[in-house]
Design a protein around this ligand. Structure first.
Ligand SMILES: Cc1cc2nc3c(=O)[nH]c(=O)nc-3n(C[C@H](O)[C@H](O)[C@H](O)COP(=O)(O)O)c2cc1C
Length: 207
């Protein structure tokens, strides 16, 4: 089959796009607003985009808030900082719950019963239950206009300036034990996948 997204003529039960760019890592973004209120939300339009300096991005769609901005994007822009927490099999339910649409003054970390801990270099909180935290300094926002009027995406970039890895996930050989961490990835619809010892495989690159 072939279709042109703008025509929407896929003829399928649901828009398949999110099922075709998969699996997507989940940036579980924690921020703090100007009043000190914590915020946490998952973003699967998320990825690492540069190595040196390590740089990540997440893309926030339009919100029903007064200013149309999702809290994570607004807080990253106003505070100049955010943290990406690694979502894992153990925290899947809390990750999902933290996507609830709360008013800006709502704290999803409190809502989910997760534990906020202080960042080392940033004021945004880290999630204690996550095995990895990327402390980020806000770099820039690129706005992608949506098809409908008033609809747009804020693609927020940040430089990773501090990285925490729980020691229990570092092997004797000095590698990150990804299979033990069991990160989850987003598929289409409401489906997810997880990395574990069975799903992980190695390919050595050609010389
Ligand atoms: C797994 C998952 C991935 C999501 N990815 C995105 C995304 O990439 N962009 C987006 O705008 N919303 C995404 N959402 C929805 C947001 O998490 C949701 O709108 C949330 O309320 C935004 O919170 P905030 O306003 O506190 O930032 C995702 C939800 C889930 C469960």
């Amino acid at each position: 089959m072939f279709y042109e997204p703008k025509n929407g003529d896929h003829g399928l039960a649901k828009n398949p796009f999110n099922s075709l760019v998969i699996p997507r890592p989940i940036g579980w973004i924690s921020t703090v607003d100007k009043d000190g209120v914590f915020n946490l939300a998952p973003y699967s339009f998320f990825n690492a985009v540069c190595y040196r300096p390590p740089t990540v991005m997440f893309s926030a769609g339009t919100s029903s808030n007064d200013d149309s901005l999702k809290d994570s994007a607004r807080n990253a822009e106003t505070s100049g900082e955010f943290v990406c927490n690694l979502a894992t099999w153990d925290t899947r339910e809390q990750m999902n719950k933290s996507s609830a649409t709360l008013p800006p003054a709502g704290d999803e970390i409190a809502l989910t019963g997760l534990t906020p801990i202080a960042g080392k270099l940033v004021s945004a909180p880290r999630i204690a239950e996550a095995p990895v935290h990327l402390e980020c300094r806000y770099l820039k926002t690129t706005e992608i206009p949506g098809w409908d009027s008033g609809d747009s995406y804020k693609v927020v970039f940040g430089e990773v300036i501090g990285i925490h890895i729980s020691d229990e996930f570092i092997t004797d050989k000095g590698l990150v034990d990804v299979a033990k961490m069991m990160p989850i990835g987003r598929l289409g619809y409401n489906d997810y996948t997880r990395v574990n010892g069975d799903s992980l495989f190695t390919l050595n690159r050609p010389d």
